[in-house]
Design a protein around this ligand. Sequence first.
Ligand SMILES: [Fe+2]
Length: 550
Amino acid sequence: MNILGLTAPISSNTAACIIRDGELVALVEEERFIGLKHAPKMVPKKSIHYCLSSAGITIDEVDYIAIGFDRPLKSSFKNLMQNIREANLSRLVRECGAYGEYFLSMQRQIDFLASLSSKGNIHKKLVYIDHHRSHAASAVRTPGYDDAVVITLDGVGEDNAGMIGYFEGNKIHKLRSIPINQSFGWLYGEVTALCGFKSHSHEGKTMGLAAFGKPDLALFDGIAELTDDGYRLVHGFADTLRRRFRTRSKDEEITEYHKNIAATVQFFLEEAVLRVAQSVSRQCKSRNLALAGGVALNCDMNYRLITSGCFDSIFVQPAANDAGTALGAALEVAAIKCKVTSNFKLSHAYYGPSYHNDEIEALLIESKIPYRKLSELREVAKLINDGKIVGWFTGRMEFGPRALGGRSILANPAIRGMNEKINLECKHRENWRPFAPSVLSEHCDEYFENYHFSPFMLMTFKVKDDKREMLQSAIHVDGTARVQEVTLEANPRYYELINEFYKLSGVAAVLDTSLNDREKPICLTPRDAIQTFYTTGLDVMVLEDFILEK
Ligand SMILES: [Fe+2]
């Protein structure tokens, strides 16, 4: 049973995946192929090609095509499509607003799928899954939970901004939706814009900035308020925010003014989501919490939830944003249509393309780039220990916005100022942007307070006082770190590298950030990696078994 999972071409991040007999075979985001961050509102053509070829099948051997968005105006979809073909398209877009856009782009996606088929029976295979149900499925059908509270939070998906429910008996039970006028994604996006960043893209910067400010809920009087079981956003909150606060221009220095607004929205988000989660957990009696939607990428919020004591376990899959709806929709179809009671458990994120040594060497020879064969991983560990900034390209590419040791930039976290050096020389971004550590599994409890399993770098923890110095360049100003726990099973080569570094330095962690330059998606190919190597301040590039040095 083959299921192709797709985002809708109205999603903020587009992606495709393929599931065979309940097991994930491939998952990749379109941005990696086309070089445009998030690849919003696109038909994920290259991702579809990759997924089909990695499963070794054609579209005609796909049983279902699952789409992570509800069918637009179900009853009249067919007629409307007919009308769109015959009528003035741009007028229809105007009249139908966003949904008109969706009709047109969805038709483009269907036409593309049909063009891959020799049988022309694409329509029969299409299954549309509600957007927030898709987000929810991506969160509850991947950690191996028997039951869980599930909360999805984004800007907007269909006509809602979230869903609250629970997972039991292999089914997702919806308790209620979060309406658009109560959208956390929207609130956070507005504040992100006020801080002079790009909303629906740079929310991570706002979260980073929040650590430098002081929260003050009085700033949000008449905008947002906390209630016993959650929160309330006041009607017209976006306009009030814009009226009350001054928007920082891009080149303006960031002062306490904007730091405090960022700190306030972060504090509000954490407090409000915690209250919502507490109230659902009392109702459902599950000790597991699964989160999805773009807001679930907020790792400080996730930390607040895990340390609340309400839950024993929290799970966020790496592509909590819209890209994950491709996965969720496919898993939901597997469960409903195919009655798959899968034991599938997402234990790593390496479901993208990989490249053989032969093709990498051919590229290096063709490009007349000096290189040598890597003799042992210890050699790379030594370079990191000596203070070199190392590009690390190995195995299948990871999915989701965090690099997890497939396409990474690595450095020694114990070196003072290493964070600023990488921001300045390699990432070409603000010097206050924090980095994160990849930590050997066995040492996580020893390094972090109240530690819980965090394999995908989506949770922050307080670094223990005696470990702060050794992790100093991979921790945030407030003494927390966004941890990736690395196990031998999930990524043997990465584990081995960190272990070699540990033997040399006594530090069981490396600083890990994504292999890309400012505003570019994470590198996909060896060619992308080589380009990044020569256009940034990277000292070393490891491409599978080859090493390049400047
Ligand atoms: Fe979404």
